[in-house]
Design a protein around this ligand. Structure first.
Ligand SMILES: *Cc1c(COP(=O)(O)O)cnc(C)c1O
Length: 220
């Protein structure tokens, strides 16, 4: 019941054009089933093996999003079903996804992860790196992936000015590239602590875990 209420509360706060990814990493199948019964259909996981186990156990109309940092050698385990891959920050990973998508006769939708946080530890590509990937001939040859947008993780801080600055920078970059690359339509920004601010600053997809499922016992 708790999970259902939290999903309903969040849905009331977000506009129709923003999708909610329920981040269910580390949580048991029963919790995901409860969210599913409340109408939730998009789930985000950060470990491929865990996502595969949950995919096998749960209804097949769920859209599975991989939001974690990817190990290329594991892409093959999810290539037949993954709906969207958020955290791509190397060209090499795109090549591997393309190869596995081709084997499965699919086109896999992907988001490039932009580095927007000032913290040193966060993964992600610079805006220049993203532009050069999208312009490159090597990229044009990858027929089985579709880059549909960008993903960003802001600094872990309560400083609203800093968060706004980071979200806005990615939104402006996204808008600038959208005019040249018509496939770009998704801007994945915002988590439990900052999704309202992310939406105010242009997010079209939020990734919310603890605000739905409660705190996780171990670190993501
Ligand atoms: C865990 C995780 C989230 C969700 O975090 P919460 O703060 O629990 O909402 C969102 N995005 C990514 C990439 C994550 O790894």
């Amino acid at each position: 019941m708790e999970i259902q209420k939290k999903i309903q509360d969040i849905k009331k706060l977000i506009p129709d054009n923003v999708s909610l990814v329920a981040v269910s990493k580390t949580k048991p199948i029963e919790d995901l089933q409860e969210a599913y019964d409340a109408g939730q259909r998009i789930f985000g996981e950060n470990k491929i093996q865990e996502m595969v186990e949950k995919y096998d156990a749960l209804p097949k109309d769920i859209k599975w999003h991989m939001i974690g940092h990817l190990q290329s050698n594991k892409v093959k385990y999810m290539a037949h079903f993954v709906d969207l891959i958020h955290g791509i920050d190397r060209f090499k990973t795109l090549k591997e996804i393309n190869k596995q998508a081709k084997k499965n006769n699919r086109i896999i939708n992907c988001l490039l992860q932009a580095k927007i946080a000032k913290e040193e530890t966060k993964f992600g590509l610079s805006f220049e790196e993203i532009s050069s990937i999208l312009e490159s001939e090597e990229f044009a040859e990858l027929q089985n992936i579709n880059i549909v947008g960008f993903m960003g993780m802001a600094t872990f801080t309560d400083d609203k000015n800093q968060l706004t600055e980071e979200f806005t920078a990615l939104k402006n970059f996204f808008d600038a590239l959208k005019s040249k690359h018509s496939n770009l339509e998704i801007l994945s920004m915002g988590m439990s602590g900052d999704y309202e601010l992310a939406i105010e600053n242009g997010s079209t997809m939020i990734r919310v875990g603890s605000a739905i499922f409660g705190n996780r016992n171990y670190k993501p």
